[in-house]
Design a protein around this ligand. Structure first.
Ligand code: F0G
Length: 402
């Protein structure tokens, strides 16, 4: 039992309506009748985490379109914790999802909803990962997918996925924000289902990151979640997950939601500094972390609410800082992430150094996408391989040389 509700004016809509925002323009949330939801704690404590483990809290009634998403590892990272100066640090590595990013959690629900609603085509604008996930879930469901990508600004692995899995790939001469405006118009005018994170059903899938973190910590809540923010859907979704577990009496608090952006694309950070409840869009966002090269995040109002309500914060890091953090993750913990994901760790370091985050906090950083998504960035920030002759002398010399 659930319906859609506007976060601004409270107007409600039926679950059979195909819409993405309220008549007043406000964002929508999926609201359940929580009194009817009964989770069996014995089952919760024994079944392995996955998106569909929590199906009582997901808005899908039919068999979902699934390729086994979720259930990603939560690594305890002691070497990284020591480097950063926090007592207890975990990394939730969402790059270990089937398509290599957290978007799978949203798409298993979003594409399932498209099928339930009888939609015949699905579409999104994307900085890359959303398009890869949409292409793959579209393929699994047997429904055509259309993706709009900002020309020349999408990492190679993501374009490769969208192409191979059969989406119609449009390379738009414009940035992500422009592509999103265009795909929203297209979906309003044609019977095509929009699966950007403005679609509240997609966020329902992503809230399971919050459920899984609690589950993997033995039904404890960490002090703080630190994660990259782009279109600001994920921070909103994860916070909703934590709030729902609290509503159901499974936990008794929520973590401080802490969003990290890059200095070249940080409208949410600027809003938090002003304690504003909305952002001022940035016209020409730029960063090496192309996944979060976004100047006008559509979920800003929800995200700001999540940050303020949870007593969290937001900060920005430079491209150099995030590359450093990407190398720490890779070389201290064996966790390979794409640039955007590393902003979480770079931001944590900055906030610990400045005293905003205490040394004694238990922190979970969410790394949102896999290293192999953006091989070109990795090559550009790494040393070149050493070329040697095929002789044992040359190899010995190269190995033993400092
Ligand atoms: N990290 C990665 C790797 C992403 O791909 C994204 C968003 C984010 C973080 C930010 O998440 O938008 O919910 O705040 N990527 C979108 C895309 C925009 O099109 O793939 P958010």
């Amino acid at each position: 039992m659930y319906h859609l509700e506007c976060i601004e004016c409270g107007k409600t809509y039926s679950k059979t309506d195909v819409l993405y925002t309220c008549e007043c323009g406000g964002l929508l949330d999926v609201i359940y009748d929580y009194s009817t939801i009964k989770l069996d704690m014995d089952v919760l404590k024994t079944v392995c985490p996955s998106v569909w483990k929590y199906k009582e809290l997901l808005p899908i009634e039919q068999e979902p379109v699934s390729i086994q998403e979720g259930g990603t590892p939560l690594y305890k990272c002691d070497r990284l914790a020591e480097k950063i100066g926090v007592r207890s640090l975990y990394v939730k590595h969402e790059g270990m999802n089937p398509t290599g990013s957290f978007k799978d959690r949203g798409m298993t629900v979003g594409v399932s909803k498209a099928i339930e609603l009888g939609m015949k085509t699905v579409a999104c604008a994307s900085t890359g990962n959303t398009s890869a996930a949409l292409a793959i879930y579209g393929a699994k469901a047997g429904i055509p997918a259309v993706v709009l990508l900002p020309e020349g600004k999408v990492a190679l692995g993501k374009v490769a996925q969208a192409l191979m899995h059969g989406a119609k790939v449009l390379s738009v001469r414009g940035n992500f924000d422009e592509a999103l405006d265009l795909v929203r118009k297209l979906c309003d005018e044609e019977r095509i289902y929009l699966l950007n994170s403005i679609n509240p059903y997609r966020l329902e899938g992503q809230k399971t990151i919050g459920f899984e973190i609690v589950d993997q910590l033995g039904f404890n809540v960490p002090d703080r979640i630190v994660l990259p923010v782009g279109n600001a859907g994920n921070i909103t979704a994860i916070y909703k997950g934590f709030k729902e577990f609290m509503k159901l009496g499974i936990t008794d608090r929520v973590p401080k939601m802490t969003g990290i952006q890059t200095e070249g694309a940080c409208p949410i950070v600027k809003a938090v500094r002003e304690r504003a409840d909305d952002i001022i869009p940035e016209k020409d966002p730029e960063t090496i972390a192309t996944a979060i090269r976004i100047g006008n995040p559509v979920n800003a109002r929800k995200a700001l609410k999540a940050i303020y309500e949870s007593d969290g914060t937001a900060d920005s890091v430079t491209d150099d800082e995030l590359v450093q953090a990407q190398k720490w993750l890779a070389q201290l913990e064996g966790i390979g992430v794409e640039p955007a994901s590393a902003t979480s760790v770079a931001g944590l370091k900055k906030l610990v150094d400045s005293g905003v985050i205490g040394h004694d906090e238990t922190v979970v950083c969410v790394t949102t996408g896999h290293l192999l998504k953006d091989p070109e960035e990795v090559i550009s920030v790494s040393a070149e391989p050493i070329v040697v002759d095929a002789t044992i002398e040359a190899i010995r010399k190269a190995v033993l040389e400092n």
